[in-house]
Design a protein around this ligand. Structure first.
Ligand SMILES: O=c1ccn([C@@H]2O[C@H](COP(=O)(O)OP(=O)(O)O[C@H]3O[C@H](CO)[C@@H](O)[C@H](O)[C@H]3O)[C@@H](O)[C@H]2O)c(=O)[nH]1
Ligand SMILES: [Mn+2]
Length: 616
């Protein structure tokens, strides 16, 4: 069981601890489980919290004390703590050697005991790329291969705790059952669900309809996409096995393996055992977990993957900020299937990015990630032509990967309607012309389609509206920035990075309705990401004022701006309502003055240009 965390501030240790505890407590023989935590933040506080959590796991009461200890941990200096913390002394999170600690070992192998708990902070050096989460997952894969080498792995983000104790059993049923029927199940994905659900999904960030429609739909072809968390993988598949090479014993020369998996002799032995089939009696990983710690240090070094197949042929794939979609697609391109599992009691619950800056950062990363794949050699259409990705599956992936590109038409429509009202010209037919039926029908069909998918997923009309509205805001901000980021990357002007999303703690019994009421409110920051939507809103408002007060220049072309253009602009203003409120809001709920100034400046430039254009 792999847990990744990257930043003790954005991801408070108590969140990671809750997730780890929930995993240690799942309903499955403890001697068959081990929990590995990767800490890319290299934080002594996270380590300390896990140590305390492992003590707590022996008691199961005293949870309040555990929380209190963690709160106070920030005041402790690592050197005040025991010798275990020596390794964290004067550490810099981006420049440090590996730290691996076996926090708890189920030495006697009790089935009703507590699974092993291992802390890992892989080596990081400046100027050596570490590939963010994908890199962390590959280190976890290698170290676990050395220490316990289970044939199946589960991975969750640090905030995604196990909410259903039977989850592992559910997943194993699918894995084992499907294999026997030769259905070739490579991974089992549980839907991403969230503990901080707000009524009617005000930020449109719960993705319920997406998992309902897309997840189940793809489930009927080659299986759902891998969503990065709440997913069980087969180790053999992670090591690059294809469904057809079941008998690969001959191919496995040590030389080939070393090229692919790196120079660690111990790890190569573990890989051989995994790839040669699970039926043979296990000889590897019989001793104590601690006995392989030296080898573990070796495979967690930041230079270990140099000139190997990691990130490219084996393991989690590099090259996209949404490593999950890429990894899942490339597994399916080898001919594997996957399965979606939706138990009545949600398997995992996590923290959703709340409305405002965090949401924007997250969606920007996703926009970057999916576009990176679309414009790479792993574009699903190519992949379908050259590999075993089924045609309809590749269409589904194309649909996912084109998600961010919708910002281009969206922006065009928004700008055109404003321009037409300002310059008194038109881009749509007049309402009384028969041709007007075309755009009207398209508009209605598109909205009905999304409305029906929301209703089918059990959402309210209000939730649909919120989702629809957020998709427009998204297009003008995070998707636009994401796509621009990828263009810069393609021009080799910048590299894309993984910005971690802020996570907030689960507060079940805080009856504080005041916080709940605030929780649905959109918030802003000084980030440039808020400038384009603000500009668009100001433009639309200005355009509507011009249209209603009749301040337009004489009509341009055969007819001037008509009802459809006005409706376009009004629709845009409705969709950008949170920003309209933001213009007048205070503190975090208001758009910062500087952002408004920048937006107003841009809007003025546009206004002048369009006036000039209309005079030509
Ligand atoms: O350098 C890094 C950066 C991130 N993470 C971890 O990656 C996970 C996901 O990060 P988060 O900020 O929560 O991103 P989300 O957008 O919420 O995550 C979704 O999207 C990601 C791809 O963009 C997937 O990796 C995740 O599994 C999926 O839940 C977290 O556990 C992080 O600790 C690392 O381990 N190392
Ligand atoms: Mn997350």
């Amino acid at each position: 069981m792999f847990v990744t965390t990257a930043d003790p501030i954005l991801e408070p240790p108590i969140i990671t601890v809750n997730t780890v505890l929930s995993l240690l407590a799942v309903d499955y023989p403890a001697d068959k489980l081990a929990c590995y935590v990767s800490d890319d933040g290299c934080s002594p506080i996270t380590f300390y919290s896990l140590v305390e959590a492992s003590k707590f796991a022996q008691l199961w009461d005293e949870y309040e004390k555990l929380c209190q200890k963690m709160e106070e941990a920030h005041k402790l200096v690592p050197s005040d703590l025991s010798a275990d913390y020596e390794a964290f002394k004067d550490i810099k999170s981006k420049n440090h050697p590996s730290i691996i600690k076996v926090i708890w070992e189920n030495k006697k192998g009790f089935a009703d005991g507590i699974p092993h708990l291992i802390y890992i902070s892989r080596e990081k050096r400046p100027n050596i790329v570490h590939h963010y989460k994908a890199g962390a997952m590959n280190v976890l894969t290698r170290i676990s291969g050395l220490m316990t080498n289970a044939p199946y792995t589960l991975n969750v983000d640090c905030d995604m705790y196990a909410n259903n104790p039977k989850t592992v059993l559910h997943a194993m049923c699918l894995m084992l059952g499907l294999n026997q029927n030769e259905n070739n199940c490579a991974f089992v994905q549980f839907p991403q669900m969230f503990y901080d659900e707000l009524k009617d999904d005000p930020f449109g960030n719960k993705m319920v309809a997406a998992f309902e429609i897309l997840g189940r739909g793809m489930g009927g072809i080659q299986g759902p996409a891998y969503a990065g968390t709440g997913c069980f993988h087969t180790r053999q598949v992670i090591y690059g096995l294809s469904p057809s090479n079941t008998d690969i014993n001959e191919k496995l020369s040590n030389e080939v393996l070393e090229q692919q998996f790196g120079y660690s002799k111990e790890f190569i032995r573990s890989v051989t055992e995994t790839l040669c089939g699970l039926k043979e009696k296990k000889t590897f990983c019989q001793g104590s977990v601690l006995s392989s710690i030296e080898a573990a240090y070796k495979v967690s070094g930041c230079r270990y993957e140099h000139n190997t197949g990691w990130g490219n042929k084996v393991g989690w794939f590099y090259g996209s900020a949404t490593e999950d979609v890429l990894t899942g697609m490339r597994i399916q391109a080898r001919g594997w299937k996957s399965a979606l599992c939706v138990p009545d009691q949600p398997a995992f619950l996590g923290c959703s990015a709340s409305g405002g800056p965090e949401f924007m950062i997250q969606r920007k990363r996703w926009a970057t990630g999916v576009s990176e794949i679309l414009f790479s050699k792993h574009s699903p259409i190519f992949v379908a032509l050259t590999s075993k990705l089924q045609f309809r599956q590749s269409l589904a992936y194309t649909w996912i990967l084109m998600w961010a590109l919708r910002c281009i038409p969206e922006l065009c429509y928004a700008i055109m309607s404003a321009y037409c009202l300002i310059a008194n010209t038109s881009f749509l037919p007049r309402i009384n012309e028969a041709a007007a039926m075309v755009p009207i029908a398209l508009f209605l069909i598109q909205n009905l389609e999304t409305l029906i998918s929301c209703l089918r997923a059990g959402l309210s009309i209000r939730a649909w509206w919120n989702n629809m509205r957020m998709s427009k805001i998204n297009a003008a901000s995070s998707q636009l920035f994401g796509v621009l980021g990828v263009i810069l990357k393609l021009l080799r002007l910048s590299e894309t990075i993984f910005e971690v999303t802020q996570k907030d703690q689960f507060t079940s019994n805080d009856g504080g309705d005041s916080t709940k009421a605030d929780a649905g409110v959109f918030t802003f920051s000084g980030s440039p990401i808020f400038v384009p939507p603000t500009t668009l809103l100001l433009l639309q408002l200005r355009a509507l004022v011009i249209a209603f007060l009749g301040l337009q220049p004489p009509a341009h072309g055969d007819h001037g701006a008509g009802l459809l253009e006005i409706m376009c602009s009004m629709w845009a203003v409705l969709c950008f309502w949170p920003f309209l409120k933001g213009l007048f809001g205070k503190a975090k709920q208001g758009i910062p003055f500087l952002t408004i100034c920048k937006a107003a400046g841009l809007a003025l430039i546009f206004l002048n240009l369009s006036k000039r254009a209309s005079m030509v």
